[in-house]
Ligand binder design. Structure first.
Ligand SMILES: [Zn+2]
Ligand SMILES: [Zn+2]
Length: 88
């Protein structure tokens, strides 16, 4: 199984991960907003912030695709570290 890669300006070519728009924002502002991660069967990491994690699946999906963005695994780890979350 190969995870599609993205090229990041900071980290170079890395596996892609999916995070909510608020986590992407927190990477820019350095302000933690929560980090609830999971890893799919395909090995792809994803994470959402506290606010998104508190939404029902329905409410979350209603936010649409604009609420989810792709970041590289390096940025994903940076966001986790910002929230003092350790990835397994
Ligand atoms: Zn969010
Ligand atoms: Zn990156």
């Amino acid at each position: 199984m190969k995870i599609p890669s993205v090229t990041c300006g900071t980290h170079g070519e890395q596996p892609q991960t999916f995070v909510c728009a608020h986590i992407i924002e927190s990477l820019k502002t350095d302000k933690p907003k929560g980090f609830w991660w999971s890893r799919g069967e395909d090995g792809v990491w994803d994470a959402v912030c506290d606010a998104c994690n508190n939404l029902s699946q329905e409410a979350f999906e209603a936010l649409g695709p604009n609420n989810i963005g792709i970041v590289c695994l390096g940025c994903f780890e940076d966001a986790a570290a910002l929230n003092e979350i350790e990835l397994e």
